[in-house]
Design a protein around this ligand. Structure first.
Ligand SMILES: NC(=O)c1ncn([C@@H]2O[C@H](COP(=O)(O)O)[C@@H](O)[C@H]2O)c1NC=O
Length: 519
């Protein structure tokens, strides 16, 4: 560190203009007690004065009234020259003196609550009024001029400010840190405003011209997908898994997050109580039932070998009965919208299981996937297509299924979506019994599903294929195993051959007209 970097700049004059007035009185009193002169805007100044602290109003400084409903308050050369003068330069100091402008050493600003106003459902005009103009201008000016000025955008730092003032001011590294935070603050603010414009005003809003997203680091993870990869978790402020409350267990790992995300995606695809058990982003079991304990038993029974060390997601609160079952099985993570009284304590008998509460269902309307040099944006697949409703399926061959059996096939279809392509899934009694995932041809996925189910469970099961059968061979594997019915999108140039194979085998086949690749 050079002498200049270590040298503190004393704070004698501060500009304070804050929307969020928490901690303001204590701050103003502390600054005043340390001999700092305060200059402030409208209601900030009023609150400071009410706390018994002398304060100069910005309009007294500028000689120009705050006007246009607050659209112009601090946008004045007397304010901005006072913030932007590089006090290391003799020439800037001389110019300020000539202009009769006094410099600011400290700028404390926080902005109009634009995002909160949008979230409240306010009208476009009300939202526009909450686009702060003067605030970001001061923040950016002060942050640019961090060699001379300290800028504070977060009331959580007021204690640190008072301490620094008492200690002779901030050193350069402290001012730089505050400046970086200030630019992050205004950047995130501008992204929110820019994104809102696209949503509200652009005609092709689904695929905006500009894709802006800002994240703040929540925590650094031990490592990434592999131990030689560094990793950290970032949040976008919308809640969800990234901000789930951890009620017990070891720190979440990178792979825990990706598997938990996949598990929640699978569990929330069903409206009945559902449990999904995931390993390496693929299901080792998904089941729906009258209650979560039964759903868990059935999901676990699908593939108990693979469920060892799995990640469990539930779309309902975890009951005590379910917690007792889970506590018997080595489980990496369990995530649910809530837990019955006593359930967490039961789960916590195992030291390492990570117990998460995440009240909201997954809700991202779009998915962004990075690719080299850019990103792909797509509308999230939420089983929202017409073909996801059995009422819209086409009977390709065989006897139409009675309602209860059609529901079995519909469960298989919905569950199949959670399986990495190529996906073949066998289900019985509202539970998966055999899952074939991630193969580069559909025949192998079918073989895997049948092999995992075993002869007995495969016979009479209901099968789903995430995409059409390009040839009859994949279907024939299922027919030989004795499946009762198959649902698949249809649409292959060889559909006729596939349907003919089903007809010959006496297997009912439905077409959905909808595909659910998942990569
Ligand atoms: N227009 C301006 O010149 C201006 N200067 C500061 N502000 C904002 O006004 C707020 C503080 O105003 P008040 O002290 O009246 O509560 C702050 O959030 C600050 O960011 C302004 N408001 C909006 O742009």
């Amino acid at each position: 560190m050079t002498a200049t970097e270590g040298t503190k700049r004393p704070i004698r004059r501060a500009l304070v203009s804050v929307y969020d007035k928490s901690g303001l009185e204590e701050l103003a009193q502390g600054l005043h007690a340390a001999g700092v002169q305060l200059v402030s805007t409208g209601s900030t100044a009023a609150k400071i004065a009410a706390a018994g602290v002398p304060v100069t109003k910005v309009e007294e400084l500028t000689g120009f009234p705050e006007c246009l409903d607050g659209r112009v308050k601090t946008l004045h050369p007397k304010v901005h020259a006072g913030i932007l003068a590089d006090l290391r330069l003799e020439d800037h100091r001389r110019q300020l003196a000539g202009l009769g402008v006094e410099p600011f050493d400290l700028v404390i600003v926080n902005l109009y609550p634009f995002r909160e106003t949008v979230a409240s459902g306010a009208t476009p005009d009300e939202c526009v009024e909450q686009i702060d103009i003067g605030g970001p201008s001061m923040v950016r000016a002060a942050a640019k001029n961090h060699p001379s000025v300290a800028v504070v955008v977060n009331p959580a730092h007021y204690g640190e400010v008072l301490k620094a003032v008492a200690d002779g001011g901030f050193a350069l590294d402290g001012r730089k840190r505050l400046a970086a935070e200030a630019f992050q603050h205004t950047a995130a603010y501008d992204v929110a405003v820019a994104s809102w414009f696209l949503d509200g005003y652009a005609d092709d809003a689904t695929f905006p011209d500009f894709l802006g997203a800002t994240y703040s680091r929540k925590n650094v993870l031990r490592y990434g997908e592999n131990p030689h990869q560094g990793a950290a978790l970032y949040v976008d402020g919308s809640g969800g898994l990234a901000e789930a409350e951890q009620l017990h267990g070891k720190e979440m790992s990178y792979n825990n997050y990706t598997d938990t995300d996949a598990a929640r995606r699978a569990a929330y695809d069903h409206s009945e109580p559902c449990v999904a058990i995931i390993k390496h982003a693929n299901p080792c079991g998904i089941a729906v039932a009258a209650d979560v304990a039964e759903a868990h038993r059935n999901a676990h029974a699908c593939d108990p070998l693979s469920a060892f060390g799995g990640v469990i997601a539930v779309n309902r609160p975890v009951s005590v009965a379910m917690a007792e079952q889970v506590a018997e099985i080595f489980t990496e993570v369990i995530v649910a919208p809530g837990y019955e009284d006593g359930a967490v304590e039961i789960l916590a008998r195992k030291k390492n299981i990570r117990v998460l509460r995440c009240p909201e269902a997954p809700s991202n309307p779009v998915e962004v996937k990075p690719v080299d040099g850019g990103a792909l944006l797509q509308v999230t697949d939420r089983l929202q297509a017409e073909g996801d409703d059995p009422a819209h399926w086409t009977l390709a061959t065989g006897e139409a299924l009675p309602t209860a059996e059609l529901a079995e096939l519909a469960f298989a279809w919905r569950a199949c979506r959670a399986v990495k392509s190529n996906a073949i899934l066998l289900a019985k009694d509202g539970a998966t019994v055999g899952v074939g995932m991630g193969q580069v041809n559909r025949v192998d996925s079918a073989k895997l599903a049948v092999q995992r189910a075993g002869e007995e469970r495969a016979r009479g099961s209901y099968a789903a294929s995430d995409a059409f059968f390009p040839f009859p061979d994949g279907f024939e594997v299922l027919a030989e195993a004795g499946v009762k019915a198959v649902v698949q999108p249809g649409g292959s140039v060889r559909d006729e051959q596939v349907v003919e194979a089903a007809r010959k085998a006496g297997v009912t086949m439905y077409f959905t007209g909808t595909r659910h690749f998942f990569h």
